[in-house]
Design a protein around this ligand. Sequence first.
Ligand SMILES: NC(=O)c1ccc[n+]([C@@H]2O[C@H](COP(=O)([O-])OP(=O)(O)OC[C@H]3O[C@@H](n4cnc5c(N)ncnc54)[C@H](OP(=O)(O)O)[C@@H]3O)[C@@H](O)[C@H]2O)c1
Length: 244
Amino acid sequence: MATKVILTTGANRGIGFSIVQALAQRSSDLTLLVASRSKDNANEAVSQLQGLGLKADVQPIELDVTDDVSIKGAVEEVKANYGKLDVLINNAGIAGKIAEDNSDFREMYQKILNTNVTSVGLVSTLFLPLLREAKDPRIVNVSSARGSLTLVTTGKNPPTAFIPYSVSKAALNLLTVELSHTHPDIEFQAVNPGWCKTGFNGFRGPKDPLEGAQSAAELALAPKGQYKPGFWAWENNAMEEVPW
Ligand SMILES: NC(=O)c1ccc[n+]([C@@H]2O[C@H](COP(=O)([O-])OP(=O)(O)OC[C@H]3O[C@@H](n4cnc5c(N)ncnc54)[C@H](OP(=O)(O)O)[C@@H]3O)[C@@H](O)[C@H]2O)c1
């Protein structure tokens, strides 16, 4: 099969939805798997994307990244339908604030790290055999500038009320690098979409999520070797490296 198959997690809304839109705007010769933990939400997002007049093949798939049975089901579905996966975009992510009385301290850390780190590691690992069936396999992890140790230690990131989230994105960055060392046949990238207007931050972000989606779309489709493995953002219509 010549057409690239690209799966984006958490693609039913926000930046994930926009990543699928951005990919479809760049090429019609793609099969774009809109993964959501709710099949209904995946179907709804596919209808919305089709309503935008995009020409790529857009398909729904159920995938809760924190549920092992769901991940294995998605792997089997992709295997049965396509026999390979060209690009996995790990976009699904959560944030959250710990209660003033710390009553949910452990719960919040576990939940955020489980979704943003452990699940990315497991989803990536379980899709490796299908990625290895593709000619130029890639994994793009949607991280955040909040996970940049350089930006934090140089004071460029102001203090945050969402420490577990920042910790999770720093860990995701390291996971990206470690996995790239363990699996040198797969291209691993991390992206910072920037502060986007999504449900994630109560739609307070100044950036259009479609703009925030461009870095992941660019890395998914760029010719092999155009961008060295790293941490990237899309700024002023070009790719820019983000310090780790
Ligand atoms: N927005 C920003 O300013 C910003 C900045 C930097 C980085 N990011 C990163 O960008 C990514 C997307 O964020 P967003 O702003 O688009 O957030 P969002 O609007 O809240 O969307 C989050 C997506 O992740 C999905 N999700 C959460 N838990 C999941 C699970 N267990 N299994 C599968 N899907 C799950 C959600 O699904 P449901 O609809 O089912 O909840 C939703 O589709 C995240 O990794 C976030 O950390 C965002």
